[in-house]
Design a protein around this ligand. Sequence first.
Ligand code: C5P
Length: 393
Amino acid sequence: MGITGGIAAYKAAFLIRLFKKADAQVKVVCTQHALEFITRVTLESLSENRLYDAVFAEQNDYTTEHVALTDWGDVFVVAPATANIIGKLAGGIADDALSTSLLAFNRQVFMAPAMNCKMYEHFAVQKNLAFLKSQGVHIISPAEGFLACGYEGRGRMEEPETIFAIVDAYFAAEESPLKGKKILVTAGPTHESIDPVRYIGNHSTGKMGYAIASELLRRGANVTLVSGPSNLSAHDMIDFVPVKTAQEMFDACMSIFPETDATIMAAAVADYTPETISKHKIKKEQNEDALQLMLKPTPDILRQLGKIKQKQVLGGFALETDNEEDNAIRKIKSKNLDFIVLNSLRDAGAGFSVETNKITIIDNKHQITRYPLKNKTEVAADIADTLEKYFSP
Ligand code: C5P
């Protein structure tokens, strides 16, 4: 880790902790100005390694510390990165421990800029950042908000948790066979309009599908998320396609699917939709005793994808209330799936609106894997693990 002299340097302590908790080894290189904001004792205690801050210091482990250190590190995370270190790296300047180490480092560099908003917007800083980006440096853009200098604007270093997640995702993607794969995920309910005001929907919130999309993104996949109405928001690196009805979801999936390597249908698609949508709000007065709605079936998207599938790995979901596994196995065959994720409403903690899920994955050779109750992020990881098997060399 590289640390420079900005007030956000105190947050670097939290970032070191997050890396250590994830079993990473951390060595810190910092500028002299950084030590005005955070102490040597803090950095050495948290990283459990000696700090490197002066090129000619007697206590250095090696004579050419910057070379030895940079051979040792897998990634270099500079947080906070001041305008100064950004300018130095962009200009190839090496005049202290950190800038020298950065120039000697030829693997992935992550920089989390932190500075006053006027400095951040300055054309020189923007030019340097654009150049570093073009050379493959991962720039973790600062957030907007209250700045220590009293200004309000863009320049706040991104939170340690977010920086950690970005670096973690880099490693996950490096190791995953899903890296670069095009994957379609569907999520959420569909809304089938009855009249201009009402619709038929279901209790799906989209949590499971969104969690799967995020996990696949984390593993380096190019993810398209086709989602019915949901309050959740997708990561901005996910190609997001919002839809409302089953028919719209069908149309979106049919056009995206041929280009994909895999598709996971986690959406709770309506099976029926009103035969006609009333142009006017249906009046209570005209239907005093009862209101009858005539429904027609919607297209079964998954079945249709199963019919046209070629090389694509296709996974579906089944939410059953009885004869779960038998029904799920029947669906694998009738929809031509590679695997199905079964969740039963009978299991406590599984189903709609809750944070947890309990799944069973069955593949088309009828191999059954039953998982314990987990939160939906962990369930998404299990589903991504299943998908990885199809792409492992
Ligand atoms: O047949 P059943 O509705 O139980 O199958 C559930 C699976 O089929 C889910 O993966 C769901 O997303 C998908 N499905 C679909 N189109 C429909 C209904 C369900 O793709 N009209």
